[in-house]
Design a protein around this ligand. Structure first.
Ligand SMILES: NC(=O)c1ccc[n+]([C@@H]2O[C@H](COP(=O)([O-])OP(=O)(O)OC[C@H]3O[C@@H](n4cnc5c(N)ncnc54)[C@H](OP(=O)(O)O)[C@@H]3O)[C@@H](O)[C@H]2O)c1
Length: 383
């Protein structure tokens, strides 16, 4: 590359956001233009001082005004709330936007960034779960790229490089199986155990989703929209070591896999430098130090959210948006100690079962399904 590319990060204080900044430290051809975060003002302030973005947004007005006072004269404009988040997403100096906020909060800024012609380095899988048809359709219309950051989808994208249409038989998403793969009594698991992922260090919501296998269900739907395959050709296999990040099976039976350490820096960097592969700050895999690589089918009886996500994805319309929002609300209830781990499934299943589906939804209908599902999840039967 020989030109400076502007990049904005939505969710710069989170797990993906921080790792994206580490990756960008090793990529001199990028300039950080915009940062958006929620409540971690201390870390955000350090990021502003270090990277000198043109525009920053935080969740609350008070925090924005305080930051603006402290950083007056440094050349960074500070905004807040949903308008601030949208402004960072659409900043004219950014060519690519890394979407790394959690949950449906990522949907509107992603739509805004695509509408403004930005490429999207997409970590926020919930956007494609809730609004896959709308978002991929808009991206095609605007001629922008949706570059996968999720490690499984990055792996598939890398394995597909150079293949021709019609050659792919299926894609095989790998799943670590989470901390409870061998747990007998799921009714009794605690929040701290659910947050202790064996391989990955991630934000709380995705860590709980990994423990319920809902994360893999969300990824199945994400894969359907990124790669345009129907659900019968998207498979899941549990691979506890998280070294093979996913695989593609071709028509002749050949299977290609992408390997790497369980570290998000590689997929983040690949999304940013694509189609180039550049050296950077990414830890290397040493095959001689690898232990056995093992595989097993997912246990959909103990982890029924994966199967539910397949059924919901197949049905489509506003149902995936409702499922996604119900799951987000149920995970929050679990993290707050208000429901059991196993009640996450009960809440999501109940909300999905009651949802009145709208087919071919527009943005308003998706947001309404999201709002409705959150409300219903908060009063669902959690026994
Ligand atoms: N972590 C991973 O390894 C990983 C891997 C694949 C995909 N993903 C996906 O990437 C996304 C982010 O995951 P994460 O693990 O990085 O989450 P995280 O650590 O919880 O970070 C979330 C980020 O979003 C910010 N945020 C939350 N609500 C916001 C709002 N309303 N306005 C502005 N900023 C807001 C948070 O700000 P504050 O902290 O300042 O409040 C934080 O910077 C998720 O969709 C996840 O599924 C993550």
């Amino acid at each position: 590359m020989c030109f400076i590319k502007g990049v904005s990060i939505l969710g710069s204080t989170g797990s993906i956001g921080r790792q994206a900044l580490d990756v960008l430290d090793g990529l001199p051809d990028f300039r950080i233009v915009g940062l958006a975060a929620g409540k971690n003002i201390k870390l955000l302030k350090e990021q502003i001082i270090r990277y000198r973005p043109l525009l920053v947004s935080v969740e609350k007005e008070d925090d924005a005004l305080e930051l603006a006072r402290e950083l007056a004269g440094k050349g960074t404009e500070i905004l807040w709330g949903s308008e601030g988040l949208l402004a960072v997403a659409a900043h004219p100096a950014a060519g690519v936007v890394i979407t790394a906020v959690t949950g449906t909060a990522g949907l509107l800024p992603t739509v805004e960034a695509i509408s403004a012609g930005k490429d999207i380095a997409l970590a926020n899988k919930e956007t494609l779960v809730a609004a896959g048809s709308l978002v991929t359709g808009l991206a095609a219309q605007k001629g922008v790229n949706i570059l996968p950051v999720d490690s499984e989808h990055s792996a598939i994208w890398q394995c597909l490089r150079g293949s021709r249409p019609g050659e792919v038989e299926s894609i095989i998403l790998t799943a670590s199986g989470g901390p409870f793969r061998k747990e007998r009594d799921l009714e009794r698991v605690t929040v701290s155990k659910a947050l202790a992922h064996p391989n990955w260090s991630m934000g709380k919501k995705i860590t709980v989703d990994s423990a319920t296998l809902m994360n893999k269900g969300l990824e199945v739907i994400e894969a359907r929209w990124l790669f345009g395959l129907d659900y019968d050709r998207i498979r899941v296999v549990v691979h506890p070591q998280s070294i093979i990040h996913s695989m593609v099976e071709f028509r002749d039976g050949s299977v290609l896999a992408q390997l790497g350490l369980p570290d998000m820096k590689l997929p983040i960097q690949y999304a940013l430098t694509y189609p180039d592969r550049l050296p950077g700050n990414v830890p290397r895999l040493d095959p001689a130090k690898m232990s056995a690589l093992t595989f097993e089918p997912p246990d959909i009886v103990r982890f029924p959210l994966l199967d539910l996500a397949y059924r919901v994805g197949r049905r489509g319309g506003t149902l995936p948006a409702a499922m996604n929002a119900a799951n987000e609300a149920a995970v929050e209830l679990f993290l707050a100690g208000r429901i059991r781990f196993t009640s996450i499934y009960r809440v999501v299943e109940e909300v999905v079962g009651r949802h009145d589906i709208t087919d071919r939804p527009g943005l308003e209908e998706i947001l309404e399904a999201d709002r409705w599902a959150r409300e219903k999840a908060s009063v669902a039967d959690t026994r």
